[in-house]
Design a protein around this ligand. Structure first.
Ligand code: 5MM
Length: 341
């Protein structure tokens, strides 16, 4: 495979394929395993991720790359094969989460700043040797209108960090996924999400340009424009699609090869229906696909429940969700196909 950043980025969003976000840090994977009554031991985490990466149809036809956590990129399967080699053998690209998480931002209650720049150059060089060809850094932007969150300072600080991260990735031959996630946990409506996402993306591209990042060798991982869960209103796929595309056409440069959405707490089918509606609108300058964590993994985790005898059913559940999202990335998904799964 070509080592050019533009070629790696193009492969990450090619032909309806999308990204499996399997980069849950220790605390998050424990939460997911708690929900299915599975102990979060190193072996259980390995077994779970091993059978996901060995799901042949999903990994070879629908998934272009996998975002890994530091533990996973170093792990070997039960038979001694590095998990990275299993991903590569399926034709997918290994990626790595390199941020150190979102921490409270001093003097700005309610805002966070994503940390992890210290020592990043050396870590990227090591991850490249371990096989990673793309990376991910997530900035977390919460909305709490009563508390004045997010502040413009928090957005500036996070976008500045994203740009420094992206420049270091490209220097190391690694494609940066830049993820400014406006959370959908709040009580805000879709128009507030639109305004905050707009501000964040304008700032992000100003910072990426200032850092001289080559946009052709980047992937954007944003939230969709959607109302908060506590608003009590669920927006239709058509409304989400119309507002998301209107905004992105205004603020995301055409030089960006692809936009791979996060699911952000949407239900599995909602995340698929919204992605499909986005792609059904018309032709766009960039590819529009998925980089889902929960919306790809909730179903297989439930089917697995930590039992070896359930692995085939869990792999079928993963294949089904990956297939549905692949169709959605091509604008060819239909609700009736869900019933067939
Ligand atoms: C898979 O979850 C990722 C890691 O989260 P933590 O660092 O909190 O453990 C997360 O960054 C994920 O890649 C994105 O938020 C997208 O995942 P969802 O579940 O929103 O599609």
């Amino acid at each position: 495979m070509s080592e050019r950043l533009e070629d790696i980025a193009a492969a990450m969003v090619a032909d309806g394929k999308g990204i499996l976000a399997a980069d849950e840090s220790s605390g998050t994977i424990k939460k997911r395993f708690d929900a299915i009554n599975v102990a979060s031991t190193e072996t259980n985490r390995r077994d779970y991720r091993e059978f996901m990466f060995r799901t042949q149809e999903a990994m070879s036809q629908y998934i272009s790359g996998v975002i890994l956590f530091d533990e996973t990129i170093r792990q070997k399967a039960a038979d001694g094969t590095p998990l990275v080699d299993i991903i590569k053998a399926a034709g997918a690209i290994p990626g790595i989460k390199v941020d150190a998480g979102a921490k409270p931002l001093a003097n700005y209650p309610g805002d966070t700043i994503t940390e992890g720049l210290d020592g990043l150059r050396d870590r990227l060089a090591e991850y490249h040797k371990l096989g990673a060809r793309f990376a991910k850094w997530r900035a977390v932007i919460d909305i709490n209108e009563e508390e004045g969150v997010p502040s413009s300072y928090a957005i500036d600080a996070n976008c500045h960090a994203l740009a420094r991260y992206a420049a270091l990735c490209q220097e190391a031959g690694i494609v940066p996924i830049v993820e400014p996630e406006v959370l959908m946990d709040g009580a805000h409506d879709i128009d507030t999400c639109y305004e905050v996402t707009r501000f964040a993306l304008l700032q992000l591209y100003a910072e990426l340009n200032a850092a001289d990042v080559m946009l052709e060798g980047t992937i954007l991982k944003p939230n969709m424009v959607i109302g908060g869960k506590k608003s009590g209103i669920r927006n239709s796929p058509e409304e989400v699609a119309e507002k998301t595309i209107k905004l992105f056409r205004e603020v995301v440069p055409a030089a960006v090869p692809g936009i791979a959405f996060l699911s952000g707490g949407q239900s599995d089918e909602e995340a698929t229906a919204n992605l499909n509606a986005i792609n059904a609108i018309g032709s766009h300058p960039w590819k529009l696909t998925f980089s889902y964590g929960r919306a790809l993994q909730a179903a297989p985790q439930k089917a697995w429940a930590g039992k070896a005898e359930n692995v085939a059913a869990a792999q079928a559940a993963f294949t089904h969700r990956a297939h549905m999202n692949w169709l959605a990335a091509l604008g060819k998904w239909e609700e009736k196909l869900e019933k067939a799964g």
